[in-house]
Every structure is written in structure tokens, then in C-alpha cells.
Design a binder for this molecule. Structure first.
Ligand code: ATP
Length: 445
């Protein structure tokens, strides 16, 4: 996949109503994107699948939806106020700005910046030393702006889980090991935001925090690494060859982590992280006890002791997962002069489109009746605009797995043609059997 294929995906996303640049009529707003009709369906399908796999399929994992705004002390305790920084380097010649750790692979603190070339203007000796920049968005609570009323937009959903974990455990009578899952918005004032929806200032995380007895953390790490990796292959249908693990070296580890692995995908711009699996130890719970003065220990009835559980975190970006799916699905079927989004049918925003061959002779009426029936089972659209070939290709780009065409024969024997997106095969089937056939082929009944 070349860099230019990302441009083609971006333009398809706009053309077909998946993703739009935020505030486009005002010239755009940096690193924020809006999800159009197809984008929001796709995003919902992904998050529902994640939620099902992470909560419904596990007896000991429960959901939570905590606030975006939380007590500011939480971010002091977690270390985000002091340490959630990106090291930035500027070029004095061309004003380009870089993240120091992305510009040099080795230890950037010891790099000789005045000897490094600026990748943009090519001059040497113009890069500044790294400066730390905090990524949290600040706001004020109440009518008066003052330092005592500061609140932060959460940069991760995890802390909402940590501060609630004993309430969840107690109210739901959970015993360790157990997990808490949450999907929600997170905000980071990313300085170098690029690659479409890969790195944005407002995004959604799907996180699960798994609480285990200290000593059981290494095994839990192995278990969750496997489960999360397999999710991409078995549930999302991502090409195995474009997935890999990357282990964080000592220099890369976050202040709270004992061990960290990224699931990476080979995007058009190179291998990059989609999800992190981290052993966060008992760092966060210890800190919250220290800063709040409240007990954050788990009382283990079986062992008759109290301890701080260790936490294994699986943290995925919903938008990054969506980009992974789009990149993996993009297929330039040049033999047939069409672009196809080969989305897994269970993820496809629209499952079927109903097309009357012509706009007369009673065919639209039959088409609308079919739509009315199918919409009870899944998302379906009606389309009578343009030639039938154009309508098919439009749906190929939207990733719609099935096109149903109503023709004159439909009036005689109550049948339609059912076209498959990927191989373009068409079968003649009875209208009465449509729901069953489509559900079987989609494997979502
Ligand atoms: P990166 O190194 O790419 O900045 P990170 O290691 O800081 O990411 P985590 O804090 O581990 O990321 O966040 C977990 C997940 O949240 C990431 O794997 C990614 O999918 C998602 N994520 C983090 N930052 C962003 C962002 N700015 N835009 C979109 N998704 C993000």
C-alpha cells in the first residue's frame, strides 16, 4: 500500500459520506473529524462488536460510563499534570515542528540536535533542543476563570475506571480477577496531528482494565495479548500479514508501566500502533489512595488479606481501529474498473440496497415494500438514481455487501436478483426468502 492510497481512502470517505473534515466551511479545524452517515454506522458497528466481545462474552467483565470531566486531582495523582508531555523540536529555518522521539529513534534526550538535519527544509543546525509540551486540554468550571476552578478534558478513559473500581466491585459482588470496560471520548492537544483520523485531538477509546492479584499479572498479560490480537483477525477479519506486535523497550515505557505491547497495523504510512496492552501494575491505585486519602485496596475474602490489585489494560482507539478497517478493506478492482470497500458484512454500514431497474411500471412500489420489510432486520437503503451499473459501483465503494434489483420479472413471480459485492455474482431469489438468505450470508442472524 502506498502513501497515495491514503489520499484515495480520504477522498472516498468524503465522497461516500464516511468522514468529513471538521468545520469545513470555515476552512477546516485541525485534527478533528466528523463522521457522516456511513461513518457513524461503521463506528457504531465496531464499538458494539468490541463491547459484545469484551463484556457480554465474559462473566467477570462489566461496563462503565464515567464523566469526561473529573476531579482535577485525578490527573495530578495519575501523573498526567506533570508527565503527560510530548518533547517538541522546532526548526528555526522553516518553522517545521516535530516530536523529538519520532525524529530520532535513539535516546532523544542525548541526541545532538544541532547536528541533525531538518527533514522538511534539509538544513542542519537549525533544530532547537526538545521542549516539553503538556497534551491535556484545560477548561474552567463555573463562571469565573481562576486556577482553582481548572478541569481537564480526560486524555484517557482509564482513570474513570480506576477511581470507580471499588464501587463497581462492591455493587456487582465481583471477586478478583475481574475487568471493567468503557468506551468514550478522550482529548489530547496533539501538536503534530497527521495521517487523517490516525492521530486527532478528539477521539474515542475502548478500554478494558483487568484487576488481578499481584503475581498473576504476567499470565493475565499473556492471556489478553492473545485475546486482543485474535480479535483483529477473527472478529474484524483483518489481514494477518498486516498485523504484528511491538514490545516497548525500556526507553519507551510509560512511567506507570512494567510491560507494554502494541498491536501494530501496516498502514499506507507504515507500521503504527492501533492498540496498547499494558501492565500498569498498582501504580494508579496507589497514587489515588495517596492523593485522595481513601482506601483503594481490594479486600480479598478468600485469602483474608488486603492488597492493591495489579492492572492489565487493553486500550484501543475506536477511530484508529476504524482507519485500520478502512485501509484493510480498500480494494482497487482495476479489472472491473471499480473501487470496492471489502468490509466484513457484519461491519458494513448498510447491509443491502434495493434498486428498481426503472422508475416506473410499479417497480418502485415493490422496491419500497422490500425496504419496509428488510429494515426490521438490518440497515437497508433504497436507490433509484442513475444507471443500474452506477448504482452498484456506488454501493461497492460504500462497502454494501448486497444489491437487490427489482425488475419486470419481479412482478410476475415475486423474485428479485441478489448481487454479491465482491464477486459480483447474481442469483434470482424469492422476495419472501431475502431476509433469511442475507442473514445467512452475513453470518449475523
Ligand atoms: P501514540 O504513541 O500513537 O501517541 P500512545 O501510546 O500515547 O499513542 P495510548 O496512550 O496507549 O497511546 O492510547 C491507547 C490508544 O488510544 C492508542 O493505541 C490509539 O489507538 C488511541 N489513541 C491515542 N492517542 C490518539 C490520538 N491522538 N488520536 C486517535 N487515537 C489515539
Amino acid at each position: 500500500m502506498s502513501e497515495s492510497s491514503l489520499d484515495r481512502i480520504i477522498s472516498l470517505c468524503k465522497r461516500r459520506g464516511f468522514i468529513f473534515q471538521s468545520s469545513e466551511i470555515y476552512g477546516g479545524f485541525g485534527a478533528v473529524y466528523d463522521y457522516g452517515p456511513l461513518g457513524v454506522e461503521l463506528k457504531n458497528n465496531i464499538s458494539q462488536l468490541w463491547w459484545k466481545c469484551m463484556t457480554q462474552n465474559h462473566e467477570n467483565i462489566l461496563g462503565l460510563d464515567s464523566g469526561i470531566l473529573m476531579h482535577p486531582k485525578i490527573w495530578e495523582a495519575s501523573g498526567h499534570v506533570d508527565a503527560f508531555n510530548d518533547p517538541l523540536v522546532d526548526c528555526k529555518q522553516c518553522n517545521a515542528r516535530y516530536r523529538a522521539d519520532e525524529l530520532v529513534n535513539e535516546d532523544f534526550l542525548n541526541a545532538k540536535w544541532n547536528e541533525i538535519q531538518c527533514p522538511k527544509c534539509g538544513t542542519t543546525g537549525n533544530l532547537t533542543n526538545p521542549r516539553q509540551f503538556n497534551l491535556m486540554f484545560k477548561t474552567n468550571i463555573g463562571p469565573i476563570e481562576s486556577d482553582s476552578d481548572i478541569a481537564y478534558l480526560r486524555p484517557e478513559t482509564a482513570q474513570g475506571i480506576y477511581v470507580n473500581y471499588l464501587l463497581v466491585q462492591g455493587s456487582m459482588r465481583q471477586k478478583i480477577p475481574f475487568g471493567i470496560a468503557q468506551i468514550g471520548k478522550a482529548f489530547r492537544n496533539e501538536i503534530i496531528a497527521r495521517n487523517f483520523i490516525f492521530r486527532t485531538r478528539e477521539f474515542e477509546q475502548m478500554e478494558m482494565q483487568y484487576f488481578v492479584q499481584p503475581g498473576a499479572d504476567d499470565d493475565a498479560m499473556v492471556e489478553w495479548k492473545n485475546k486482543r490480537y485474535n480479535f483483529y483477525i477473527d472478529e474484524l477479519g483483518i489481514n494477518k500479514d498486516r498485523l504484528r506486535f511491538h514490545e516497548h523497550g525500556k526507553d519507551e515505557l510509560a512511567h506507570y508501566a512494567k510491560e507494554a505491547w502494541d498491536i501494530e497495523y501496516e498502514f499506507p504510512f507504515g507500521w503504527s500502533e492501533v492498540e496498547g496492552i499494558h501492565n500498569r501494575t498498582d501504580f494508579d491505585l496507589q497514587k489515588h489512595q495517596e492523593f485522595s486519602g481513601k482506601n483503594m485496596q481490594y479486600s480479598d475474602q478468600l485469602l483474608n488479606e488486603k492488597y492493591f490489585p495489579y492492572i492489565i489494560e487493553t486500550s484501543a482507539g475506536l477511530n484508529r481501529m476504524l482507519l485500520t478497517i478502512l485501509c484493510d478493506a480498500y480494494w482497487d478492482d482495476s479489472d472491473n474498473n471499480r473501487i470496492v470497500m471489502k468490509l466484513h458484512p457484519k461491519l458494513a454500514p448498510v447491509k443491502a440496497v434495493v434498486c428498481p431497474l426503472v422508475k416506473k411500471d410499479g417497480l418502485p412500489e415493490i422496491g419500497h415494500k422490500i425496504v419496509d420489510e428488510l429494515m426490521k432486520s438490518f440497515k437497508v437503503l433504497y436507490d433509484q438514481q442513475g444507471s443500474i451499473g452506477k448504482r452498484y459501483y456506488r454501493q461497492d465503494e460504500a462497502g454494501t455487501p448486497f444489491c437487490i434489483t427489482v425488475d419486470h420479472e419481479s412482478k410476475e413471480n415475486n423474485t428479485v436478483t441478489l448481487r454479491n459485492r465482491d464477486d459480483q455474482n447474481q442469483d434470482r431469489v424469492s422476495i419472501n426468502d431475502l431476509v433469511k438468505i442475507i442473514q445467512n450470508r452475513m453470518d449475523i442472524s
